[in-house]
Design a protein around this ligand. Structure first.
Ligand SMILES: *Cc1c(COP(=O)(O)O)cnc(C)c1O
Ligand SMILES: [Zn+2]
Length: 454
């Protein structure tokens, strides 16, 4: 259902340098870095205008719109439009009803590991199966706005470890815009390769890793005026920051004690931090949670920097990991992430291949269906609880970043014990019992399992 008169031009937002150089740039400008220092940009909102309304007004407005069918405000991203991207005209919004993902009360897993109040924010329960939809709806809507205003943008492109390209391809397909995706050959799952193919993207499969794809796409976008959809484009952060708003909204605006989130390019943790800080500034909340970033130990530049108190940060050559979406050695949003962790009493923990695979499988045994990156987050959580950093009485939210069904090869390999080359000896295997179709054999198999569970 479309509705009239909702295009409120009261609120405004613009790009500014993350490092504080002077200058404002329109969100419709094709610009990804500060022209003065070359650093990342961020989206700034007219906070003075937003502050004219009390926190209770914003909470009430967001609650009123949440999960309704009022297009596009039933989307949990666009339901927070004033705080996310006020400058896009409603008719140019490209939305697939983002957000509104469920909070899974992980009661049984929590009991097993000794936290009473453990929740999993299921961001992978979304249109393309990962949280990337939240940012892509904002970016592609802005592209549509730019086209509407007469800008010449022949295509939108990204380098991807699989989920960004799936989201870009879907949103561009819905808007009738050509997408181009740069993928590292043989380093993404079958589902992740199929998604952009199905949505009509030009899929470039390159013999390199993510960081290699990234270098290429940047050069080509620059030369051909193709719009770059990677997370150095800070529009995506605005959509992704609604994870923070939505999850406190789901707790009746109560702030949890800890949030555990897997990190690769580190855009999502930056988004989480930005959302909380803006909510605090506007009086929607009155305290901040602590944040733990979880990395695979084969792609752990942030962990290494954390061990040195963030005094320095050295990009690394990321090694192959089952958590393929976070196989990134040179994360673009590292400065934003480190600033976030400093403000939020943040910690960084890492997980080995076996730890992440076992953690995902253990979570699955309690009803979840975790992707390998969510496995990294669970493995980090288990360690932080063991070390007493996260305590029994804390309310903890694990950000699940993708749907496990996108990673069926990973799960099949685990349960078939075919992940030895990754150094994984599975502790939670479950294999089909192959039997002749005979009653005695079937009965025995069932009774054996019941006996084993006793
Ligand atoms: C993109 C992605 C991540 C990492 O997010 P960053 O913003 O790059 O840190 C983690 N998990 C999944 C499933 C992803 O698609
Ligand atoms: Zn600058």
């Amino acid at each position: 259902m479309r509705n009239e008169n909702m295009n409120d031009t009261t609120y405004n937002a613009w790009f500014r340098c993350f490092h504080g150089c002077e200058g404002r740039y329109a969100l419709t400008d094709v610009i990804y870095a500060c022209p003065k220092c070359g650093g990342l940009l961020e989206v700034a909102h007219d906070m003075e205008m937003l502050k004219r309304k009390p926190g209770s007004y914003w909470r009430g407005l967001f609650d009123k719109r949440y999960m309704t069918t009022k297009w596009p405000y039933g989307s949990s991203v666009w339901g927070k439009k004033e705080l996310v991207c006020p400058v896009v005209h409603e008719d140019n919004v490209v939305s697939m009803y983002e957000g509104g993902s469920n909070l899974f009360w992980a009661e049984r897993l929590g009991r097993e590991i000794g936290v009473d109040d453990l929740w999993v924010k299921q961001c992978g329960n979304s249109h393309t199966g990962s949280f990337k939809d939240l940012g892509m709806t904002v970016l592609v809507s802005m592209v549509k706005q730019m086209l509407f205003e007469g800008k010449r943008i022949p295509a939108v492109a990204c380098a991807s470890t699989g989920d960004t390209s799936a989201a870009l391809a879907a949103y561009c397909a819905a808007a009738g815009i050509q997408s181009v995706v740069f993928l590292p050959r043989d380093k993404i799952s079958t589902a992740q390769l199929l998604q952009p193919l199905a949505n009509g993207a030009l899929v470039l499969s390159l013999e390199t890793d993510f960081d290699g794809c990234m270098r290429l796409v940047q050069e080509i976008c620059h030369e051909e005026n193709i719009y770059l959809a990677n997370s150095m484009n800070s529009l995506r952060v605005e959509g992704q920051k609604t994870i923070s708003i939505e999850l406190v909204q789901q707790f009746d605006w109560e702030v949890p004690d800890w949030i555990v989130i897997p990190g690769g390019n580190l855009g999502n943790v930056s988004a989480l931090g930005k959302g909380f800080l803006e909510m605090e500034a506007l009086g929607l909340i009155d305290r901040l949670p602590r944040i733990a970033v979880a990395q695979a130990d084969r792609a752990n530049p942030l962990y290494r920097s954390f061990e040195k108190n963030f005094d320095r940060f050295e990009p690394i050559q990321a090694q192959p990991t089952l958590a393929s979406a976070i196989q990134i050695g040179n994360p673009v949003s590292r400065e934003k992430a480190i600033q976030t962790l400093k403000i939020f009493g943040g910690v960084v923990e890492q997980a080995s291949e076996e730890e992440l695979a076992d953690a995902a499988a253990r979570a699955d045994r309690t009803g979840l269906f975790a992707c390998p990156h969510t496995g990294v987050a669970f493995a980090a959580l288990f360690k932080l609880i063991d070390r007493g950093v996260i305590q029994k009485s804390d309310r903890v939210i694990v950000i699940s970043t993708a749907h496990g069904l996108k990673f069926s090869e990973f799960k099949l390999g685990y349960h078939r014990d075919q992940l030895q080359e990754w150094g994984v000896s599975p502790h939670y295997r479950n294999e089909p019992v192959v039997l002749p179709p005979e009653i005695d054999a079937v009965k025995k198999a069932i009774l054996d399992r019941i006996e084993a569970n006793r």
